[in-house]
Design a protein around this ligand. Sequence first.
Ligand code: C2E
Ligand code: MG
Ligand code: MG
Length: 756
Amino acid sequence: MYIFSLIIVGLGICVYFAFLSPKPIGKSVGWLIASLIPAVFGNLLIVSSNTETSTLIGCYCYYIGMDLVMLALLRYTREYCSLDQNKRAMDIILCILLAADVIQYVCNPFFGQAFTLEAYTTPMDTDFRMIPHIGQYYHRILDYSIILSVMGIFLLKALRAARIYAERYWVIVFSMFIGTAWQTFSIISRDRIDKSMIGFGAFGVLVFYFTLYYRPMRLLDQMLAGIASRMPEALFFFDASDHCIWANEPAMQLAGGVEKNFEAVTENLHEMFGDLRSKGDEWTEQFVLGEKRNPKYYTVEKHTVTDEKGRPAGNFLNVRDTTEETLRIKHEIFTATHDGLTGLYNRESLYSGIQKLLPQHPDVSYLIIFLDVKNFKIVNDLFSNAFGDYALRCIAQWIRSQFSANSIYGRLGGDTFGICVPANEFDEAHFEEELGKFVVMEGTLEYHILIHLGVFRIIDTRLDVAVMFDRAHLALSTIRDEYQKHVAFYDNNLRDKVLWDQHISSQLHEAIETRQLRPFLQPIVDRTGRIVGAEALARWIHPTDGFLSPGSFIPVFEKNGMIVEVDRHMWRCSCEILRDWKSSPAHRDLFISVNISPKDFYFIDVLAEIKGLVKEFGIDSQLLRIEITETVMMTDADERMKIISAFREAGFIVEMDDFGSGYSSLNLLKDMPVDVLKIDMKFLSKARDEQKSQTIVQNIINLSDDLGISSLTEGVETEEQYHMLSQMRCRLFQGYFFAKPMPLEDFESFCNKHIA
Ligand code: C2E
Ligand code: MG
Ligand code: MG
């Protein structure tokens, strides 16, 4: 009785822990063990009772309990043996049969078809014995069939599984067999106390342990050994006295070990990696072996193994050939930090390289050089991109040859390179000479490439490298259009100029809005001295910087493109004046010439813009004269000719400004669709020989006359010049001799006085 109670308690504990188990099969185990409890309890009742009723209850508990055991056993088997979840038809049939068994026990009190109890007397008291009938046989056949099938399944699993795995199946088969055999023996011996319940209990505990807690150590050992020998990495195991006791195949290959001769392995390892024992118990280190051209990279790890008491039991080395990986990473780092075309550093790594270099040599003075190729686009367009690439590689090669290892250099992008060089290693004269003769040759192709260097001397090493390069670039921009000079240094004047440029550029909009920027008019007179018109010249009356002449701001805006804003404003103001003059008899016939920068043609549709203004202000297009310079014709000559012709067709008079200042070719003149030639005395007086310049002016006037172009001389400063030019049959005159450019009001009263 006590034993049965103990079994129940034991099973109860197992059920509790099984349900707590995180393993998915925990529930099935729990149900199986729980289902054993009613059967054992039934037996406990049978053993302990001496009345017919309690014996009967015990029997029902026992037999129905067995049906529950069968049900739980089926579920457990399916999960433990990983049977196909889809084939459940058999389960359903068995469940129905088990349910039928339960029903027939429920009917037994009425029909007595399963069993009856027979009282018999022992020398001590009266007891009851179960007399089986047909229903009881059904129950036994059903339960035996199930249990035998389950055993069969486990047996098959045990036989089919690998030996190490089979263990877990054999234990269950064996315990089931003992339990069943014991039970069979109990039935046959008709023993009143079913001792096979002890087998049930043991079965439950075994199932609990083997399913949920048992870890086959032998399996683990074998697995680990299998993994170790199949590992692609070399593994060496050493005993506590550092003798190699085992090495896997790659390890044997690496250390050139002969089969099972682990002593040789230890020696070879020593030769390859030096004394590894002295490095401690746990470490990882990279080794480079082999030739420099073809190096082999290894990562070696050492780990110490301790016994259960924490004493060192041995150690193992893991040697990984990381050559491929290391080379790949090195290659990736190279491509990330270098320019693919030239193999020089790219911008980012050059900047960071300079940032590291400067603090390393605080006593060395360095220069930052910005190297730029002039008109590199033309090289590409003229030859091919392939030749352009080749030229860039040649420049890179040239840089390598010119700068020592104390310098650092790279490609900033496109056709620009950057260099940081110790100041004492940079000889300006040498570079002027070198760059003067720089040619790129490919086969028979030889191309002179114009290279400029902008140089910035680093004073404050904390300055951002990008700013240093900006300054070097700025220096370079001062010689960008020069062919003889190749090296330019950044200095404070340059910086001041940049600051000035920024200062006025940021204020242009306001200056236009508040009319700080406005036209001054310079009279234009004819041969009789009568004022026929004026040139509108920009003046900036700055609130703090005072009077600014165009020389201080026009070139700045020409460069940054803001000249468009200035010119638009000047055109509009001139149109306003012309509109106001329409109602003034003294001024209504006067024209105003406005300047058009070559940049305007880049950015806006000059023709449409000016035509729009003329229309808006309702003025005669004859009165708004257009001054263009020869440089307008330097690019897109055909297109520009068309625009100028269109101006003329629209009734405007087009003047060629500053003729004689630049590349003026008389040749160009015959194709130029202009009405007036503005000859600048300033340029002519530059010629030392007075006589010579007179001849030139005379010829230009004659030629323009022949071409039907009228001439205007500007920069007339003296009476003699005026007379001389009149004699040369020049038609119009402009210059300080008549008047300087003046504000509108002054100009108007000047006109009035003149007429009076
Ligand atoms: P420009 O168009 O050739 O204008 C004539 C320049 O010669 C003016 O200089 C004028 O003041 C100056 N000048 C006139 N007579 C004499 C003289 O007898 N002797 C000397 N030495 N100089 C004389 P300014 O006003 O300083 O303008 C310089 C240049 O700035 C102009 O040359 C023109 O190219 C440009 N500019 C002026 N205003 C504008 C404008 O609104 N837009 C554009 N795009 N350029 C302008
Ligand atoms: Mg002009
Ligand atoms: Mg001019």
